[in-house]
Ligand binder design. Sequence first.
Ligand code: NAI
Length: 343
Amino acid sequence: MNTTSSLIPVTLIPGDGIGPEIMAATLKILETIHAPFQWDKQLAGMAGVECSNNPLPAQTLESIHKTGLVLKGPLTTPIGKGYRSVNVTLRKEFQLYANVRPVKMLIPGGRFENVDIVLVRENLEGFYAAMENIFPVEQDTKAIATCTGYTSRTECHRIVKYAFDYAVANNRKKVTLVHKANILKELCGLFLEEGRKVAKEYQDKIYYEERIVDVCAMELVLIPETYDVIVTTNLFGDILSDLASGLIGGLGLAPGINIGNKTVMFEAVHGSAPDIAGKNCANPLAILKASALMLQYVNRDDLSDRINKAIHQVVIKNNIRTRDLGGNTSTSELTEALIQAVQ
Ligand code: NAI
């Protein structure tokens, strides 16, 4: 048993859509292994709007400033209208500059056997700055739309260095920098220029290569086993990480970490999946794996290993899987099986 004083405060944001279901499943499993966390439950996204007409309430921000550690469910962002992405705002507010997305094959017998990629995505700049404008032409008030992206030398350096340090610390062999500097000669050119400088500092330890993003996309679906650590800009990282999670069975298996100097936020790569919300069929494994990474982060590898072993036992050995993984188990049945396996 953990005493209250030994518990680590964590801001818990259940999220929207399937968020509350998959988070409840994860909390039950964490409770079973007596994970040393003290949860401060807060709202954001649609849940925040419904409760206080604010997608990012001040109380939520205050909690994150205090704890510096967040487990966050997916948050809905209205498409093409409405409030701006709370995820993007959180990344900016807490300067979560690196988004780390490990993609490792779990279920054998799929299209690929040896996928083990860690995608490091720049999290603050690029087109996600979303400085957008519309311009009228004659009667059409919205005839032309523009978007300005930007990259800074400092941020390019920081993210590529992060990727190399990650590679060294995790015994990885290669970093691939992914860009589109043939077309976006300044925006991506600066990323490439800075990346090459950083790569030189690590040339004795880590093999470095470069790929144009379209070639990388093709290679990821043909020869994903040749990739190790990928570092790339914000938008490309977003797209490629979903692509990569598709290689190992889909979004339901992919966790992500947003890293800043003072705050770290763990989440699933997937969104709020409104199409299956409330149907007891969502796969809780991505957010559960994110919580296992959080346990590692607080130096409880023992508990993290128990979660990963339980996932292996249930999903691989016992073949208990939700619909997205080709099974017919409900979220609650899978959770029960995981609780039994983790004890
Ligand atoms: P999505 O990731 O929510 O769903 C894409 C497809 O994958 C859907 O068919 C969904 O049912 C399925 N799926 C996703 N997670 C699943 C899970 N755990 N188990 C089983 N199936 C799963 O992407 P979509 O539909 O583009 O976005 C929905 C909302 O989520 C949007 O408002 C979007 O902005 C938001 N979003 C939030 C993210 C976050 O909070 N980190 C990340 C991506 C999207």
